[in-house]
Design a protein around this ligand. Structure first.
Ligand code: HAM
Length: 422
């Protein structure tokens, strides 16, 4: 039985031959995501992995809809695995915003599903860090979210030489479109054509632009001029004041494929342009209103960062830490008549929060000792018969000091008492 195409299995490191993904790396990425979000005052939320199909069909735009993992459930309801988190969080905020102080700053790390053609950096499932901010329309909020995006990547050891945030604005594109005589009914087609421009050949691009009445040449000129709007300049200045100016550049080549964006949009890319986008996001000021039937109006913005391109980039730049499965204590059972007492000791240590290993079945003591070393144990502990009863012997494997004492005092011996008592 093979796993499905585009789905991953996460092994513990070291990886078996042919495998790329480890739970250790995933955990490292999750830790960096979580720590940085907390530093920016974001709170964690989550939502259902399965949603009503129409949450996406009306709001997300054609591309993502064509990639849905959707089906009829046993009650004949049209449902879909979540391909993105934004509609879910917008619905959650619309329903409960009164309970929270504004701005609402939330993050999540959902596993998402898209029926895409698997390729480098694109799979059929991925984990995506989502950070979203609701209830603030000032561009100071846009700068804050972009700063968070930059700091997440920096927290993994990536520098301004490794990545860049390409900053753009749907409003700038809208103004350009209108200045070219573009009609409102073709605006979405125009945005789609711009979004695909970098990947399309010249002929396909011309075909996409034709109904919009705007020429690809005019579009290219607008992109290469790259003059920031006042709003974008404010964001650049804000980021420069934090010392993060070198991580951002104006790039109107970015417009974002999703339909709900209304203002500033951005994407993070590796500097060398080897990989697809690491992250993407922007402002979507109308989505909360759309999902609440006009009842709640809240400006919103945020981004999503997938783990797939990120992991490729971290590996390529040598930024994946080495992972080891160290334990705190190996309990050696050398005298099998003391196995039950040893089990009590194992339990006592685990209840105190120590990571403890021991041999489940009788094993020669040199093998148990070897295993302690292989597992990177900080100490080994052994029960011994002594005059007057049972004593515990503790060895610190770093300092190579030993100590003995009452089994009940094992924790004190482990935390430094070993050296003192030897
Ligand atoms: P997105 O650009 O569709 O935006 O996805 C964001 C990131 O998720 C991408 O830059 C990429 O790293 C990763 N990603 C997307 N699809 C795949 C895939 N098939 N395989 C691997 N990685 C993938 C959104 O999803 C928006 N909802 C983000 C957002 C949040 N906007 C505002 N708030």
């Amino acid at each position: 039985m093979q796993r499905l195409k585009g789905f991953r299995e996460f092994y513990p490191e070291p990886l078996p031959p042919g495998e790329e993904w480890s739970c250790d790396l995933r955990q490292h990425i999750f830790d960096c995501w979580r720590r940085t979000a907390r530093r920016y005052g974001f709170r964690e939320y989550d939502g259902p992995p399965l949603e009503p199909l129409d949450l996406y069909t009306a709001k997300s735009g054609d591309e993502i809809v064509s990639q849905l993992f959707n089906f009829l459930d046993k009650g004949n309801d049209a449902v879909s695995l979540r391909p993105e988190m934004t509609p879910t969080v917008a619905r959650m905020v619309a329903a409960a915003e009164r309970a929270y102080r504004k701005p609402i700053k939330w993050y999540s790390m959902p596993q998402l599903f898209r029926y895409e053609a698997p390729q480098k950096g694109r799979l059929r499932e991925h984990f995506q860090f989502n950070c979203d901010l609701f209830g603030e329309e000032d561009p100071a909020a846009d700068a804050e979210v972009v700063a968070l995006l930059i700091d997440v990547l920096r927290s993994m050891g990536l520098t301004e030489e490794d990545f860049v945030i390409r900053l753009s604005s749907r409003k700038a594109w809208q103004a350009f479109y209108e200045s070219q005589g573009g009609q409102p009914d073709q605006a979405y087609a125009f945005f789609q054509a711009v979004d695909k421009m970098e990947r399309d050949d010249a002929e396909t691009s011309a075909r996409r632009f034709a109904p919009t009445g705007v020429t690809p040449a005019a579009v290219k000129e607008f992109v290469s001029a790259g003059v920031p709007t006042a709003e974008l300049q404010g964001i650049l200045d804000n980021l420069s004041a934090r010392g993060l100016g070198a991580y951002v550049k104006i790039d109107y080549g970015v417009i974002r494929g999703l339909a709900y964006y209304t203002g500033v949009v951005f994407e993070a890319f590796d500097r060398k342009g080897e990989f697809r986008a690491i992250a993407g996001g922007g402002r979507y000021d109308n989505l909360v209103s759309l999902l609440s039937g006009g009842k709640v109006k809240l400006p919103a913005l945020g981004f999503g960062m997938g783990d797939v391109v990120l992991a490729l980039l971290l590996r390529k730049r040598g930024k994946v830490p080495s992972f080891s499965s160290t334990i705190d204590v190996m309990v050696l059972v050398e005298d099998e008549t003391l196995r039950l007492e040893s089990l009590a000791l194992v339990q006592q240590l685990r209840e105190a929060g120590k990571a403890v290993e021991y041999s489940l079945t009788p094993l020669k003591s040199d093998k148990q000792f070897k295993r302690a070393l292989e597992m990177g144990a900080g100490h080994w502990v052994r029960l011994e018969r002594a005059e007057g009863g049972i004593q515990v012997r503790v060895k610190d494997l770093k300092t190579r000091t030993e100590a003995t004492g009452q089994p009940a005092g094992v924790l004190a011996l482990l935390s430094g008492g070993a050296a003192a008592a030897s």
